[in-house]
Design a protein around this ligand. Structure first.
Ligand code: UDP
Ligand code: MG
Length: 327
């Protein structure tokens, strides 16, 4: 008799939790039902990261973990924010595919099946893309304006209308975990890493219970992290102002000089001085830009991202990444 030793692939699902006591049983029930559906082919682990919740979320997680050993959970000493909760989840995940999603049912668990299907086709990153969002008008408007602006200034193309509901392959995870920058903006980081990607579209419902953990303050911080981590544009603003000021100042200077020489107009000293000081102000802006370029490079360096990322290799020995001896 021949036995086929089949090792099931492992799917990790990471759930960041901040004051979600009412949602935890709901998402767990739905998620485990979906994951049990495919349990013939896949094992799963659900990783709860309790991000310093002030309600009974942690007790709820502990209760579930006693019932199901596939649940892994950690709790932070205080609220470190959504992106840090995701970081901890990624650090713990052991799966062949790793999924991150909201714990409030805004990211429908049944989409996971489509994501896994696409992943099995060999795609490394599968984003869930919102084709319709039910957030407040103000949130939609600010999000839209922000993403347009970020798109314009950032060095990487960050896919539109995607949040942190995504599946990544194990290969992508190890690269992602190698990026230890403190200002984390996963949407940008995942786009920066590269690899193949695809989308699964969905209409985003409202959260089932509780309130959003994203205050305006947290949202602004995330928006700034996104901007400063993926764009040097804010540093270049000084250059544009400097060039404008020097150009207009020089024109002004030329004009009054010509006027004084040709038309013999007698300009008082303060007018000459104002023009010259104005030009020097422009030069100062240019110097600020130079300074900014240096600071930008230090900023880039301290992020300690990998210098390059290898997606695949041929004829390289596994142990040290060097070419085999006979070559
Ligand atoms: N969250 C978190 N820490 C925070 C804020 C939010 O872990 O400081 C979690 C939250 O419990 C949820 C996910 O991150 O599972 C997304 O947050 P939320 O649903 O509040 O954001 P929204 O969907 O409103 O943008
Ligand atoms: Mg949500």
């Amino acid at each position: 008799m021949v036995y086929f030793l089949s090792v099931k692939k492992l799917i990790s699902v990471i759930l960041p939790i901040y004051n979600e006591e009412a949602n935890i049983p709901v998402i767990y029930k739905e998620l485990s039902t979906i994951l049990e559906l495919i349990s013939a082919t896949y094992d799963y682990e659900i990783i709860f990261v309790n991000d310093g919740s002030r309600d009974h979320s942690w007790q709820k997680i502990k209760q579930l973990a006693h019932l199901n050993p596939r649940i892994k959970a950690i709790t932070f000493s205080r609220n470190f924010g959504h992106q840090m909760a995701l970081t901890a989840g990624y650090d713990l995940a052991q799966g062949n595919a790793i999924i991150t999603m909201d714990a409030d049912m805004q990211d429908p668990p049944h989409l996971i099946l489509n994501m896994i299907k696409k992943w099995e086709e060999g795609i490394h990153i599968i984003y869930a893309r919102r084709i319709d969002r039910k957030d407040s008008f103000l949130k939609r408007l600010t999000a839209q304006l922000y993403y347009k602006f970020l798109d314009l200034i950032s060095d990487v193309k960050i896919p539109r209308n995607v949040g942190d509901f995504r599946l990544i392959d194990k290969t992508v995870l190890s690269t992602l975990n190698a990026c230890r920058e403190k200002a984390r903006y996963f949407r940008g980081l995942v786009a920066w890493i590269g690899f193949s990607h695809a989308f699964v579209d969905f209409a985003r419902p409202n959260r089932v219970a509780g309130r959003t953990g994203y205050t305006w303050k947290k949202m602004f911080r995330l928006a700034f992290d996104g901007m400063t981590s993926f764009s040097m544009f804010p540093l270049k603003v000084a250059a544009y102002i400097g060039i404008f000021v020097i150009a207009t100042g020089s024109l002004m200077f030329l004009y009054i000089t010509a006027d004084a020489l040709i038309n013999r107009v007698n300009y008082p000293l303060f007018k000459w001085l104002v023009t010259i000081i104005y030009i020097f102000m422009g030069i100062q802006f240019l110097l600020l830009w130079f300074l900014g370029e240096y600071i930008g490079r230090i900023h880039d360096q301290q992020k300690k991202r990998p210098l390059y990322i290898v997606a695949d290799e041929i004829n390289l020995s596994k142990e040290n990444g060097k070419a085999p001896d006979h070559l």
